[in-house]
Structures are given as C-alpha cells and as structure tokens.
Design a protein around this ligand. Structure first.
Ligand code: FES
Length: 176
C-alpha cells in the first residue's frame, strides 16, 4: 500500500521499500513487538538516524505505542534522532581501554576535530562517540568505525592517523 499520509496526521517519511522490509520481518518473529529492533536497524541504515516521525511510523506498522519504540531506542543508545556524519566512530571507555588511556584518547580525538564526544564535525564527515566494550579488548585502547574498521592499540599519533583515514569516508565491506 502506498500513501502519502498516515493516521498520525503527518506526512509519511518511511519510503514504501523501507516499510516492506520491516513488514517482511513480521512473520519471522513471535510478535510484531519483537520486530522493533530489526525495524530500528532498517530505518537507521536508510536514514543514518531514526527521526521522531520514523519512530511513530515503526510503531504504527508494529501496532505498538510510539513510547515502546522510544524505550528500545534509548535502551540501546545506538539510534540517533539526528543524522550522523559519513562515518561514525566509537572510542571505547570500558575498563581495559580506560586503564590504557581510552578516555584521554577520546578527548584527544575530540580536540583534534573541535567537537565534543557525541557530536559531528562541521563538514559532516565524522561523528565521534564513546562506547562501552567493543569486544576487542586485546587491542585496548581501541576504537571501531561503523563501516567495520577496528583500531588499536591506539596512542595519540594512532588516533590522529585513524581520524585522517576516517575523514576520507566509509569503505565498502568487501574491502575490509
Ligand atoms: S574494554 Fe575496550 S574493547 Fe573491551
């Protein structure tokens, strides 16, 4: 079904292709509610964020309250409401990385880019965030880009090199 408005009295923002991808998950799960997380990932891959209107439309497709979608979003902390930079990078601040200077490296990265943690550079190229354990503690202090590139063990020079690489944009999965 293709329409331009929703029962929520706002212009629809999810394209039909995105709605269909979400609906295709429904038969695979025990309930529509259980599709919330896959739906968020689908929307996030399309927009690189999950705006408020998209959150409401996910709720409408899954026949749940928008607050339930918001709960899932806030629990995972992975889904921003505003668009991110071309590359999103997480610098780990959990114990192994923290003990080896992870916090200071995050600060160094932000200083180099003139942003705060969680922000995007003014040219829209990079978003830098902190993360809890990235699962690569043997490379502590470590960082991970959302295109799959992992970095570590890092020092200040390594962080600067990483930022230069990441500013060139995402790499396709087949080149990793
Ligand atoms: S503690 Fe940093 S990757 Fe595990």
């Amino acid at each position: 079904m293709s329409t331009t408005s929703t029962s929520l009295d706002s212009p629809r923002m999810l394209p039909e292709s995105v709605r269909q991808k979400i609906e295709a998950y429904i038969p695979r799960y025990p309930s529509k509610r259980a599709v919330t997380l896959p739906a968020l990932h689908i929307v996030h891959s399309h927009f690189r964020c999950v705006p408020y209107q998209a959150m409401k439309e996910i709720a409408e497709i899954l026949e749940i309250a928008p607050a339930e979608v918001a709960d899932t979003m806030s629990f995972y902390g992975f889904f921003p409401q505003a668009p991110l930079g071309d590359v999103r990078v997480w610098v780990c601040r959990s114990i192994s990385c923290m003990l080896r200077g992870g916090d200071e490296l995050l600060e160094h990265a932000c200083k180099k880019l003139n942003i705060e943690a969680g922000q995007t550079t003014s040219d829209g190229k990079l978003t830098v965030e902190f993360a809890e354990c990235l699962g690569i503690c043997d490379h502590a202090p470590a960082a991970l880009a959302d295109d799959g590139r992992a970095y570590g063990p890092l020092d200040e020079a390594g962080v600067e090199k990483m930022l230069e690489e990441l500013k060139k944009g995402p790499v396709p999965p087949e080149s990793l």
